[in-house]
Design a protein around this ligand. Sequence first.
Ligand code: FES
Ligand SMILES: [Fe+2]
Length: 433
Amino acid sequence: MTTSAEPPAATMSYDDMVRPDAVHRAVYTDPAVFVDEMTRVFARVWVFIAHESEIPEPHDYVTRDLAGRPVIITRTRTGEVRVLLNRCRHRGATVCREPAGKARRFTCPYHGWAYDNSGELTGVPWPDAYGEDFKKADYPLLGARVETRHGFIFATLNPDAPGLSEYLGAAEEKLDMWVSRFPESKVAVRHGRQRMLCRANWKLVLDNSIDGYHPAFSHRALLHVAARHGDGRDMGYFAEAPDDSPLYVQYLGNGHGFLDQRPAYSGAGSYFERQRPAPGREHVAERVRGEYPDEQATEYLDLSVGAQMNFTIFPNLLFVGNQIQVLEPKAVDETVLSWYATSSDGLPDPVTALRMRHQEDFPNFGEPDDLANFAECQRGLGIPEIEWVLMNRGFGAMDRVKVDGDIVTAPVTHEISPRGYFEFWRKLMSQEV
Ligand code: FES
Ligand SMILES: [Fe+2]
């Protein structure tokens, strides 16, 4: 521990900031680290940017951030998805200033340069003033590389990045598994997102996403509410010697992680039966059971509640129940979290309605607990006298850890996921990969 109030981060290398079982507080608090992260992490790996169901028709678009850069995600006349830097080639203004809409072209509000929605510059006002050497083809809106899986659009600004499949690695199979719960594996991500401003570094959110240690304490109130409706309710198992349960966490390589709650359930029907209360739940259950054969009704009701899988695709896409949560880092101590509900056209309407009610549960009754802890971690980490942040749970109990190629599996409270992704982060930040 240093006795000076000056943070030593300025003189530390990224290799020094990450130890096998701890990280230096600077990774969460130093604005210079944040600036490097935007280029060395977010601009180099594949980042989730939108879902195709948000831009279903030609000429639909949404605007987002990619590595802190404003971008437009468009569907062109021919149905192709493009991710374009929202930066006019003339003097730099953003050409699109709406969150979403429909547009065949984007005309820069400053001096009127016009681009079609594939990014080509199609016109400049009074072109005679530009010499003959001026070629519109030389000034398109610049694009990012794009690949999609199950409609999830990933983009990268790195021309040398490996393909998306190679980057996802073992996480691709988890995505397939999560999506397979939707009829015909077709997911629709709803436009209405619930945006939350988190006064904390983006990695505090990521650390928490595969953390089976905190629910019994952080979400105690929610667990008490559930317990009033019977034993063994959703998440109650986190309070009872969770490391002796069959729940587990996995580190999947390339920063991705997985937490499986499904072993706490006893198969068909148990997912619905053990979920917390939701408005209209009993009414919908009665209706579905009245209208469909037993097995079908049970399957529909199980689909109305969460997947009981949490997983993360590094660095910014989190799957929680049936929702996805997307991280947009804004500053070293500020992150926007967006929760999106999902649905499927293949489900009966009452089941979809109940899915929506269940998806309102955790963001409203669980996430505020987490947000409070993230902000309070950020405050605590501002204390310069204590430099190291521990991630050593399970580090000395390697006999309980299974390693299979890239995949590391451990009891559910072990901190293997943050240990794993910080090693990947260290390599990216040191530019070793
Ligand atoms: S900045 Fe876009 S036209 Fe001038
Ligand atoms: Fe939580």
